[in-house]
Design a protein around this ligand. Sequence first.
Ligand SMILES: Cc1cc2nc3c(=O)[nH]c(=O)nc-3n(C[C@H](O)[C@H](O)[C@H](O)COP(=O)(O)OP(=O)(O)OC[C@H]3O[C@@H](n4cnc5c(N)ncnc54)[C@H](O)[C@@H]3O)c2cc1C
Length: 320
Amino acid sequence: MSRILVIADHFEGTLTAATAKAVAGAREIAHEALDVLVLAADGAAIAGEAARLAGVDRVTHLDRAENAHPIAAIAAPQIVAAVTQGHYSHVLAPNTSFGKDMMPRVAALLGVEMVTDLSAVLDTHRFQRPIYAGNALTTVETPPDETLVATVRTASFKPVAADAQADVAARQLDDDIELPTHSRFVGIENHATDRPDLATAKRVVSGGRGVGSAANFDIIREFADSIGAAVGASRAAVDAGYVPNDMQVGQTGKIIAPELYICFGISGAIQHLAGIKDAGTIVAVNADPDAPIFEIADIGLVGDLFEIIPALQSALGASS
Ligand SMILES: Cc1cc2nc3c(=O)[nH]c(=O)nc-3n(C[C@H](O)[C@H](O)[C@H](O)COP(=O)(O)OP(=O)(O)OC[C@H]3O[C@@H](n4cnc5c(N)ncnc54)[C@H](O)[C@@H]3O)c2cc1C
């Protein structure tokens, strides 16, 4: 039977929703143990949050000053030590920037290949993952005698409930683990916003090249604010300098699964669609009736976004 270790993704002292989704993926693998590992400077509170996730048996927090920031070069040897000492057969992390940075190093140190973007579990060593920008699914099979290292595609799993209470333990690793000193934390730059987080928002409003300019993008932001949505963009809008690149949705941006996705002036290139494959209802507004976005949209409006947005806003205002 499998022994699974999920590496917790956390930010500013709080567990991210992505961890609950990775646990959801892990739960689908038949197992005798499903544990969570928190690496932090002081991980007790984060471990407490992880312990509430349904299906988790045990949470361990590994507190060291070096773990104050998630630096893959420093965390990976500690994860490998925890995996070896705990006899884990599977090591999973969400496919966030954290997991994508961390898990290749873990796999390399363990001397195994890794599975990225695991989107469905077929059995303990057979999984599905998307290929060709999400246009096809492939089945991957991993050797049962090797530790499986994988990132879990968070858009494919609903977060487990936070209504349980697993055991929490602080842990010391053997002192002889050497941590590299060549990498250090310098700083983090992110765009502070009061809007919902694009990666986890239930509603997302996006704009594309059709918005026309950085100044015009205000109409997208205002509409998003009026319905409590996060704001996203196509790569063309990012490349044109309308918005920063952390707003990009798609294959090389954020993969999201909101309940409602409304996009204005986005043509529907496959690389963009790869980011919204798991969205609930997709509403597209485009001036071109032949735009490919209409092939996948649940609701399509053909017209000029600068006329349709004010009309939508007044209709929403009238109905509220
Ligand atoms: C390796 C690779 C990775 C990529 N990754 C991504 C990715 O992660 N995300 C991503 O988005 N793209 C990605 N792309 C780029 C992708 O191929 C497209 O070029 C991009 O998505 C197009 O963006 P767009 O739809 O905003 O622009 P366009 O394709 O130029 O479409 C603009 C649309 O706006 C409409 N329009 C114009 N004016 C108006 C108006 N006034 N009202 C209403 N509609 C209007 C037009 O009819 C048109 O359909 C990637 C490409 C490659 C090669």
